[in-house]
Ligand binder design. Structure first.
Ligand SMILES: *Cc1c(COP(=O)(O)O)cnc(C)c1O
Length: 392
């Protein structure tokens, strides 16, 4: 087996697809120290700059003094702390749903919810570009899994029309994690009404950023329905860790009984929930942060004038610069790194073949001059980087 593993790794290296971890030696922020060097970073999903916010840090420290650091037992034994409960109530009220349930990560929320709600007689309908954990959830559920072309309402309509499944669940990223575009959720909700289906919305990249007070993509689009199940992550704009699912009370009650990734695990430490209560407050009153973020997005989109690489159509904090060839994407990322700027190169299998890209993510923590630095470097890279022609 080890020979097999090594040759698979060698193959990945030869294809320009090997991934490397950097050692971060500073808080997650716009200016970081990684592998011993200082960088300006456009890598993190800390869209509001909360990951190192003093109010959150203080809330966590005080809660640790009061509640300790460990949860000690699963939620259904003695691990459900009043900080967890307070956060669930606060999140449900904030997004306007009857109830919410905390999970330790977004990954666990997606696999737990989909596999609990769906079974062998049911069907899940997924956008082809959905996050990997939505697909894993569908797989675990043993339901029939239909994948439709990105944002293709007609294809989804036809699949739903042809389905004889008992229960039908449409699953989609609200803001696509590698593309930054927004799913046509209003049209999906219409299809739910027509075909008696339900809509599971993964708002990892909209919660905190979009909508009134940063409530999320559904509120940004003015959508509300009992058929909606919303998932928001708490390790991105909220700056800490974890995720929540908000839905009708009966859905949450059912998940508490049946979502394995909720039941058979130790919940995140109570102080994290205390820090997240502070984060929800910062998000609610975070209009200035959001304005700064959207000013950066506007600046990048209007000032970047490249011939060779183009930004994908996105109005969110995720601004992908499509390069195509994985070697060239890596070379561009390395060029920026040599000049003190980190932007990750995203390659297959995370994105489709021939769409390797730089995933630029902007944050309210950036200064205007940081965005100018990035723009200037991308222009100079276009002049000085050799082209790769062996498209892979
Ligand atoms: C990051 C992400 C997740 C996973 O959330 P974690 O809390 O990091 O596990 C799920 N869905 C999407 C779309 C994401 O971008």
């Amino acid at each position: 087996m080890f020979d097999y593993l090594q040759s698979a790794l060698d193959q990945r290296q030869a294809n320009g697809l090997m991934r490397q971890r950097r050692l971060l030696d500073s808080p997650q922020a716009e200016h970081i120290t990684a592998n011993g060097a200082a960088y300006l970073s456009f890598c993190s999903n800390d869209y509001l700059g909360l990951a190192n916010d003093p109010k959150l840090v203080l809330a966590l420290q005080q809660a640790a003094t009061e509640a300790g650091v460990g949860s000690g037992a699963s939620n259904l034994i003695t691990g459900h702390h009043r900080f967890h409960d307070a956060l669930e109530r606060s999140l449900a009220a904030f997004v306007g749903k009857p109830a919410a349930l905390l999970f330790s990560t977004g990954y666990m929320a997606n696999i737990g919810v989909i596999s609990a709600l769906m079974g062998r007689e049911d069907a899940v309908f997924s956008d082809k570009l959905n996050h990997a954990c939505l697909n894993d959830g569908a797989f675990l559920s043993r339901a029939k899994h239909h994948r439709f072309a990105h944002n293709d309402i007609n294809a989804l309509d036809q699949l739903l029309a042809a389905s004889t499944a008992r229960h039908k669940l449409i699953a989609a990223d609200a803001v696509f994690s590698m593309d930054g575009d927004i799913a046509p959720l209003a049209a999906y909700l219409d299809l739910c009404e027509r075909y008696d289906a339900y809509l599971y919305v993964d708002d990892a990249h909209g919660f905190g950023v979009l909508g009134p007070q940063g409530q999320g993509t559904l509120q940004h689009l003015g959508l509300d329905s009992p058929r909606l199940i919303m998932m928001g992550t708490l390790g991105k704009a909220a700056g800490v860790a974890g995720a929540f699912v908000a839905a009708e009370q009966v859905v949450i009650d059912y998940l508490i009984q049946h979502a394995n990734s909720y039941i058979y695990t130790t919940p995140a430490p109570p102080p994290l929930s205390a820090a997240l209560l502070a984060a929800v407050d910062e998000i609610k009153h975070g209009e200035a942060r959001r304005q700064r973020l959207f000013a950066h997005i506007h600046l990048l989109k209007t000032s970047l004038k490249l011939q060779r690489w183009q930004l994908a159509a996105s109005d969110t904090a995720i601004q992908p610069l499509i390069v195509g060839d994985p070697h060239e994407a890596l070379a561009l990322s390395q060029y920026l790194q040599q000049h003190g700027v980190l932007v990750p190169a995203i390659r297959p299998p995370t994105v489709p073949v021939n769409t390797s890209r730089l995933r630029i993510s902007l944050s309210a923590a950036h200064q205007t001059q940081d965005v100018h630095t990035l723009i200037r470097l991308l222009h100079s890279a276009e002049q000085s980087l050799p082209r790769h022609v062996n498209a892979a």
